[in-house]
Design a protein around this ligand. Structure first.
Ligand SMILES: Nc1ncnc2c1ncn2[C@@H]1O[C@H](COP(=O)(O)OP(=O)(O)OP(=O)(O)O)[C@@H](O)[C@H]1O
Length: 286
C-alpha cells in the first residue's frame, strides 16, 4: 500500500475504560503523541498495565479511542484498506489446537485473500522464514511457547504486510528462540518493513529498535532515538548482553551505523538505566 508520511501516528490519543459499577473509569492512555516513520523498528516500553497493548489495539482497529487520533499508513486506524497492509502478533497467540502449523498459516493466508496453490506456497515460504518447516505438520496444540510465537509471526507475515505490530514477540521464549526471533525482525527491517514492537526487555529494545517511546500509566515519559539516548552527551554506555549471539548482533547493528562498539558491561548499562528510570512510577497492577 503506497502512502506518504508516517506508518503510525497518534495525536492526543486517550483511552478510558469503564471499570466497576459506579461508572468508575480507568485512563489507560492519556494524551499520547507518537510517530513511527516508515521503515523503522519502533519500540514501546513500559511496565505491566502502562497502556502498550491498548495503544496497539487502537492502531489495529480492535479498540476505539476515547479521544485524539490514530492514523496507520496514512489512513484512520482500523479502516479496511489499512488492515490488508498490517500484520499483528498478539501478546499470547492462540490457534485451533488440532490444526497443524501449516494448516494454521494456510488458513490465515486464505483469510487475507490468498487461497489455493498460491496460499499454500506462501504459507510454506513464511513457515521456512520463521524456522518452523520441520514442525509444520504437527498439531499446533503441541507446540512449545517459542514455536507458538514463531507460528504467530508466520500468520502475521503471511499477507506480506508493510507494517508489523508485534506485542511482546519474545515473551516466554528461551534465549536461543528469542535470538532467532530478534534476527527475523532485523531481517524484516532490512527488507523495508516497518515494525512496532512492545517489549519488557531493554536489551531487546537496544539491539533492535531505531526509536523508543516509554509509557508510564498511559503517559509518554520518554521518547527518542535509541542512538541518541544511548550516546547521551557523547558518552559511551555499557550494555549487558544476555548471550554472545546478542552481543554480536548489537555490535553489527552499531557498526552498520558507524557508532562505537559497546564496552563489555559488568552491571546494567546506561541506556538500560535511562529507560528503566522512565518506567519507574508505581506499577498499575501492583
Ligand atoms: N478491556 C479492558 N477493560 C478494562 N480495563 C482494561 C481493558 N484493557 C486494558 N485495561 C486496563 O488498561 C491498562 C492498560 O492495559 P494494557 O493491556 O494496555 O497494558 P500493557 O502496557 O500492555 O501491559 P502488559 O505489559 O501487562 O501487557 C491496565 O490498567 C489494564 O488493566
Amino acid at each position: 500500500m503506497d502512502h506518504a508520511g508516517p506508518a503510525l501516528e497518534a495525536r492526543g490519543l486517550t483511552k478510558d475504560f469503564d471499570v466497576g459499577l459506579r461508572g468508575r473509569r480507568l485512563r489507560a492512555l492519556d494524551n499520547v503523541n507518537l510517530r513511527v516513520e516508515a521503515g523503522e523498528v519502533f519500540g514501546l516500553l513500559g511496565a505491566n498495565g502502562s497502556g502498550k497493548s491498548t495503544l496497539l489495539k487502537i492502531a489495529l482497529g480492535l479498540l476505539r479511542a476515547s479521544g485524539g487520533e490514530c492514523a496507520v499508513l496514512g489512513r484512520p486506524a482500523g479502516v479496511r484498506a489499512v488492515r490488508r497492509s498490517v500484520g499483528y502478533l498478539p501478546e499470547s497467540p492462540a490457534f485451533f489446537p488440532h490444526l497443524t502449523g501449516r494448516e494454521v498459516v494456510r488458513y490465515f493466508a486464505a483469510l487475507s485473500g490468498c487461497a489455493g496453490k498460491a496460499g499454500a506456497a506462501r504459507a510454506d515460504e513464511v513457515l521456512a522464514q520463521v524456522g518452523l518447516q520441520a514442525a509444520a505438520d504437527r498439531a499446533a496444540g503441541g507446540y512449545s511457547k517459542g514455536m507458538r510465537q514463531r507460528l504467530g509471526l508466520a500468520q502475521a507475515l503471511v499477507h506480506d504486510p508493510d507494517l508489523l505490530i508485534l506485542d511482546e514477540p519474545t515473551a516466554g521464549v528461551d534465549v536461543v528462540g528469542a535470538a532467532a526471533i530478534d534476527a527475523l525482525i532485523a531481517g524484516l527491517r532490512a527488507r523495508g518493513k516497518t515494525i512496532v514492537l512492545t517489549s519488557h526487555t531493554v536489551t531487546q529494545i537496544a539491539a533492535l529498535c531505531d526509536r523508543v517511546t516509554v509509557l508510564e500509566r498511559g503517559r509518554v515519559t520518554l521518547s527518542g532515538e535509541v542512538k541518541t539516548l544511548a550516546a547521551g552527551n557523547g558518552r559511551t554506555w555499557n550494555w549487558a548482553a544476555p548471550n554472545d549471539a546478542a552481543a554480536e548482533q548489537l555490535a553489527r547493528w552499531l557498526a552498520e551505523r558507524g557508532w562505537p562498539a559497546p564496552t563489555p558491561a559488568d552491571d546494567r548499562g546506561r541506556l538500560e538505566q535511562i529507560l528503566l528510570a522512565a518506567t519507574q512510577g508505581e506499577r498499575r497492577d501492583a
